[in-house]
Design a protein around this ligand. Structure first.
Ligand code: ATP
Length: 198
């Protein structure tokens, strides 16, 4: 029996991953938003909740909601704690994604969107990888417009912590240019038709 082709969509902060995924959704492709699911699992998956509490204390939750300020304060600059948190959340997302794929096993294509698909190594479990790129200046100005609470410095810091596009391109099956020079819809439609026949 044929199984869906699993396609990853990744890119640095503000590159336009979600925007391109919305276009794929219009084309009828189902999308798994891994970063959103991770946030949701931290508040709904009992195993995750227990493990987070065992590291960050019961103050990690308040009224069933994740106390992000508390976690950020504890994890700030503490790579070990951050890595422990990842080791709790990553397997839960992996399992949740596998269940989602199983539930959608009749689809021709399924997309997994995540900012750190490459950094976390989970791209290896996918059939092809789509990288969204845009120049740094454009990304920063789009993020500051979308998230006015952020500062230019904080966005630059996140960019410096992610792999560069040059490094990521080496692993990409397709690259989407979202600098505003080429139509995003046209690029998505072309890639979609290639994925369907491949
Ligand atoms: P994040 O890394 O924060 O998850 P992302 O890569 O998913 O971001 P989007 O949220 O899709 O990026 O895009 C960032 C912002 O830029 C959004 O407000 C979006 O509407 C806007 N944007 C994306 N692409 C374009 C474009 N081609 N032209 C104008 N605005 C755009």
């Amino acid at each position: 029996m044929s199984r869906p082709k699993l396609v990853g969509i990744t890119g640095g902060i503000g590159s336009g991953k979600t925007t391109i995924c919305k276009i794929f959704e219009v084309l009828g492709v189902k999308v798994y938003y891994a970063d959103d699911r991770a946030k949701s699992l931290m508040e709904t998956n009992q195993k995750v909740i227990q493990e987070v509490k065992s590291i960050f204390g019961t103050e990690a939750y308040s009224g069933g909601k994740l106390n992000r300020a508390h976690i950020s304060k504890m994890a700030f600059g503490n790579k070990e704690l951050l890595s422990e948190l990842n080791q709790i959340v990553h397997p839960a997302v992996k399992e949740d994604f596998e269940n989602w794929v199983e539930k959608n096993s009749k689809e021709e294509i399924l997309i997994k969107e995540a900012a750190l698909l490459i950094e976390a190594g989970s791209y290896k479990e996918l059939d092809s990888l789509l990288l969204v790129v845009a120049d740094e200046k454009t990304r920063i100005s789009r993020i500051l417009k979308r998230d006015p609470q952020r500062t230019e410095e904080s966005v630059k810091k996140i960019i410096s912590e992610q792999l560069s596009d040059e490094e990521k391109i080496l692993l990409a099956s397709f690259v989407i240019d979202n600098s505003g020079n080429v139509s995003l819809i046209k690029q998505a439609v072309e890639i979609h038709s290639k994925l369907i026949v491949a």
